[in-house]
Write a protein that binds this ligand. Structure first.
Ligand SMILES: *Cc1c(COP(=O)(O)O)cnc(C)c1O
Length: 442
């Protein structure tokens, strides 16, 4: 800044210094740096924080403006009177340094222009949907969805005259064409539009994959481009599936799972082109729901090892599944590394870079056999959730999916002999020994 009295115009023309230098280096000699490299420093300049190598946690509710004109400029951005949103930091319901660094780094993983963080995966998903729907609109979604997502569409948005049409995750192009035509008709009857195509792939707990490329082709043919394709990528992202490369516009995460990765925080995010993020940012500014600075800092730590952790968990899961697939008390596996269905295998090969570490085991028997198995596990903990460093196991039919009506459960193959497992980063042979002894009790 210049010395002397500040002249209003120059203060307006020259934005206040940001927390980071622009543009940032993401290349060396034409070589694009990989996300795992960028996770150590991207979006943070130590010189702006007393040389601190790691970003401090900024516990503040508000940020001091350099002068009144800068304050005006910030609010023009926040309220949409000037394009481009907030330039610099304003108030902690809108943004903060830890959250902005986290958003920059999350965008890197998905190859997105922009990202937004939230206090939970469900906050991210609910604010995303709310930002795009109006009364009369229709949401088209794949099924099954995470139960709370499905509930938000069916029970909450319906109160505001937003309806939905769902289709099975494995739907073909022809089925998608039919669904979108039906959705268009329903929307025009209700005086609205098809507001969003919302996907979750793989679906939980069946692991059925959605053909994102087919969904995009169908959207491009039947709807206009103002209808975004959003996808919950919690199960395979950010390492094993990059939906924006296959035609999705917005990717959503429960960061609570693989990204946080240590089962010690709850958070969520979305990422995509800035034009898709802006309406959601505006609603988040109004409602709140941004992740807090402590959790954002924990997530920055987690992102430094996300590739290592996911790789190891994926390798462990492959070894454990190899063992389980050949066990006489196991009826079958729902594991992406062992898909039999030709269409699903084709989607897997086009969309996925790894089989993940969360899968279903179908034991010979029913609930009693599953409970004996679960109750004898020593290393694996009995808990819902997934994607942590530790191995978890649960029984969806009596736990996460207990509220799902019986007929729908049957349709989704959520049978009484299904055990859901999320493999962690322990020693693979120790895990196999644990599963082996627990199966002896079945
Ligand atoms: C856990 C989960 C969510 C919800 O995330 P929270 O962080 O618990 O709010 C959404 N989608 C999927 C696929 C999940 O596994």
């Amino acid at each position: 800044m210049t010395d002397g009295p500040v002249d209003q115009n120059s203060a307006t023309d020259a934005p206040t210094p940001r927390r980071k230098p622009k543009p940032e280096r993401t290349q060396i000699g034409g070589r694009e740096l990989k996300p795992s490299t960028l996770m150590m420093g991207h979006g943070f300049d130590p010189a702006l924080s007393e040389g601190s190598l790691k970003a401090p946690i900024f516990l503040t509710s508000t940020f001091a403006f350099e002068n009144a004109a800068a304050g005006k400029r910030h609010f023009e951005g926040i309220t949409g009177q000037r394009e481009g949103g907030a330039e610099g930091l304003v108030y902690s319901r809108f943004n903060g340094p830890n959250q902005e660094i986290l958003e920059d780094r999350l965008a890197v993983w998905d190859g997105a222009e922009d990202a937004l963080t939230f206090s939970s995966g469900m906050t991210a998903i609910c604010i995303l949907m709310l930002a795009y729907v109006s009364a009369g609109d229709v949401i088209v979604h794949s099924g099954p969805l995470y139960a709370a997502s499905e509930g938000f569409v069916a029970k909450v948005l319906s109160k505001f005259n937003v309806s939905y049409i769902d289709f099975p995750a494995g739907a073909s192009r022809e089925e998608l064409d039919e669904v979108l035509e039906r959705a268009k008709k329903q929307a025009s009857e209700n005086g609205g539009k098809v507001a969003m195509i919302y996907l979750e792939s793989p679906g939980n707990p069946t692991n059925a994959l959605v053909d994102i490329e087919a969904v995009k082709a169908a959207r491009d043919e039947h709807l206009d481009y103002s209808c975004p394709i959003a996808i919950d990528n919690t199960f395979l992202g950010p390492l094993w599936q990059r939906p924006l490369d296959h035609g999705a516009d917005i990717v959503a995460y429960s960061l609570t799972k693989y990204v946080g990765g240590h089962s010690d925080l709850v958070a969520g995010s979305i990422a995509g082109a800035k034009k898709w993020m802006d309406p959601v940012r505006a609603l988040r500014n109004t409602m709140g729901g941004i992740v807090d600075p402590n959790t954002a800092w924990m997530l920055l730590r987690s992102l430094e090892t996300v590739e290592l952790r996911m790789q190891r968990a994926g390798e462990n899961a492959a070894k454990v599944c190899e063992f389980l697939a050949n066990h006489p008390k196991v009826e079958g596996l729902g594991y992406l590394g062992m898909i039999e269905d030709a269409r699903q295998k084709d989607i897997y090969e086009r969309h996925c870079l790894g089989a993940g570490s969360t899968f279903s085991v179908f034991l010979k028997g029913g609930e009693a056999e599953c409970f004996r198995f679960l109750d004898h596990l020593v290393i694996a903990k009995l808990a819902v959730s997934l994607g942590g460093t530790e191995t978890l196991a649960s029984h969806p039919a009596s736990m996460t999916h207990l509220s799902v009506p019986h007929a729908r459960r049957k349709q989704l193959r959520i049978t009484d002999n299904l055990v859901r497992i999320s493999i962690g980063i322990e020693d693979a042979d120790d895990l196999i020994a644990d599963f082996e002894q627990a199966l002896e009790h079945v």
